[in-house]
Write a protein that binds this ligand. Structure first.
Ligand code: GAP
Length: 441
């Protein structure tokens, strides 16, 4: 893993690598691009999917008390009225009267000086700007059928609380988890995919008896922090920061952020919030539906409290890239390598025939077909073997398998480890087990 001190050059290096190697492309680039919107290319889509799958595995698959959900992105104003987003999901916006640039007042280092043109006291009065994207359903604009693109996935879990409770036989404490797109009309998107208007979230609402909320809040802070460590983030680049009272969102009675040391300093990856009974109560009042739980053992009816770990998938993917990026001196040359955890690595294995001769490419493709049902694989027969190793290092591929001229006779291949660059000779009939053991998945 790279150095924990913030390295201002790391940002450009990672952004360049992601473009060069097909991780992330500026969206609508052939039309000049669409500001702060990105498309995930052939490698990026694998990495992003692996981040989301690793989250789902730990939050849903490996637990008995969390269930999945995939709710709609479009929803009516009633949802956002009840959740408080229509009234409160705003940023204070100021315009510089001198250069006409627009800023978030709460993000300005000096609220009296324009960071763009340097003019003093040139800002307009702050206006509250709602971050939700509004559109309309149906063919007639202005017909009153306003709808909103969700600014968080969380509300789908609250509005489906009763559906899940009734169909699942769960009782508090239990959770509902969701991964999906969210949309915010950010005033100042930027820092690559760190803050964009369209992004992906990984959120879980954990419903608990009110008296247990404090203990579950502590539990989820620890669990979530450990998830990043288990996937290879260096401990020195991660911290858990409890919010000050004036930072808390409108629904929260306690929030802690998992923060990563980005090239510009510490910044948020995930928030773990104690939302109390705010959301279920708000939706129960607005909808007239009961959103509570009757405990047949105690004969008590109560509204569960909610602990919410809310992470950004796209932002977290970027942090994993930054943490994994390294440049090393190897025999007088610099190699760029992504030391990604094997679970996150886009390709687990690359199959590389030593030459383009059919006597090697034929069996190499057979080997590829043997590996593909088990692992996401790349296959490359272009350029010399050294360049192909370097390319796979830049993609973060943990293992490269070379099929050489000897392989034809000895039925064995060379397996090269990305991190140590050590090479093992492995019989072809043991290759699947060998790769599985090496990856440790
Ligand atoms: N339901 C609570 C909630 O949405 P949040 O702190 O606003 O909380 C959770 O968002 C996470 O979503 C953030 O920690 C961040 O990782 C990600 N996120 C939020 N806004 C984002 C944006 N504009 N671009 C990329 N990721 C974003």
């Amino acid at each position: 893993m790279s150095s924990p001190a913030p390295d201002p050059t790391l940002f450009d290096k990672v952004v360049n690598l992601t473009k060069r190697r097909g991780f992330v492309f500026p969206s609508s680039e052939i039309y000049g691009g669409f500001r702060s919107t990105y498309d995930y290319g052939p490698i990026g889509v694998l990495l992003l999917r692996n981040v989301k799958d690793a989250w789902w595995r730990s939050m849903v698959q490996l637990r008995h008390d969390v269930l999945g959900l995939d709710a709609a992105i479009l929803s009516p104003p009633a949802v956002w009225e009840a959740s408080g987003h229509l009234a409160n999901f705003t940023d204070p916006l100021v315009d510089c009267k001198h250069c006409n640039e627009r800023f978030r007042l709460d993000k300005l280092d000096d609220p009296h000086t324009c960071p763009n043109c340097g003019e003093h006291d040139s800002f307009t009065e702050a206006r509250n700007f709602n971050l939700m994207f509004k559109t309309h359903a149906g063919p007639v604009e202005g017909s009153g059928h306003d709808v909103f693109l969700r600014p968080e996935t969380a509300q789908g879990m609250f509005t489906n609380f009763s559906n899940v409770l009734q169909t699942s036989r769960k009782k508090p404490p239990f959770g509902i988890a969701q991964v999906g797109k969210s949309f915010r009309n950010e005033i100042t998107p930027g820092n690559f995919v760190f803050r964009t208007r369209e992004f992906e979230q990984m959120e879980m609402e954990f419903f608990v008896p009110p008296a247990e909320a404090g203990e579950w809040y502590e539990y989820w802070k620890n669990e979530r922090f450990q998830w990043y460590l288990d996937l290879g983030m260096p401990a020195e680049s991660l911290r858990l920061r409890e919010h000050e009272a004036d930072e808390l969102s409108h629904y929260s009675s306690g929030t802690a952020d998992v923060e990563f040391l980005f090239p510009w300093g510490w910044d948020e990856l995930e928030g773990i919030a104690n939302r109390g009974d705010y959301d279920l109560n708000a939706h129960a009042t607005a909808s007239g539906e009961k959103l509570d739980y009757f405990d047949p053992q105690t004969n008590e009816r109560y509204t569960p409290h909610v602990i919410e770990p809310a992470a950004g998938a796209t932002r977290t993917m970027m942090a994993f890239l930054m943490a994994a990026y390294d440049e090393e001196e190897v025999r007088g040359e610099t190699r760029t390598v992504l030391h990604l955890h094997p679970r996150l690595a886009p390709y687990k294995v690359a199959v590389l025939p030593l030459s383009k001769k059919p006597e090697l490419t034929g069996p190499a493709q057979e080997l590829l077909a043997t590996l593909q049902p088990h692992f996401m694989c790349d296959y490359d027969e272009t350029q010399n073997i050294g360049k192909r190793y370097r390319r796979q290092d830049e993609l973060g591929t943990p293992l490269c398998i070379t099929f050489d001229f000897e392989s034809v006779d000895d039925h064995a291949v060379t397996v090269r480890d990305r991190d140590t660059m050590e090479q093992d000779r492995v019989p072809l009939d043991q290759i699947v087990d060998h790769v599985r053991t090496k990856l440790g998945l």
